[in-house]
Structures are given as C-alpha cells and as structure tokens.
Design a protein. Sequence first.
Length: 53
Amino acid sequence: MLPWDEWGRMTEAYDGATGEDYDRLVDSLAEACVKDAPERLAAMFAREEFTVG
C-alpha cells in the first residue's frame, strides 16, 4: 500500500459522509493494532469497509 492509496470509505469519511458507526469501526481497528491482535486484524481487514482501492 502506498501513502496515496485509499482504503475503505476513506474519502467519504474525509467528506463527513460516514457517521458514528464508521468512526467506531475505525476505532476498533486501531484498538486491534495497538493490542497486537493478528487474528482480529485479519478478520477486520477482510471486511469490505477496509479493502484497498
């Protein structure tokens, strides 16, 4: 992934078009990163919301 690649609903989030549910989902992803939970990360990155486009 390159710095200018976008994943999931990034553009929508920047435009304020996602809402609190997406914010909570991103917070959950950040928590999985901090807690070093590879299985949880793999499951989250399999979600459509986090696909790289």
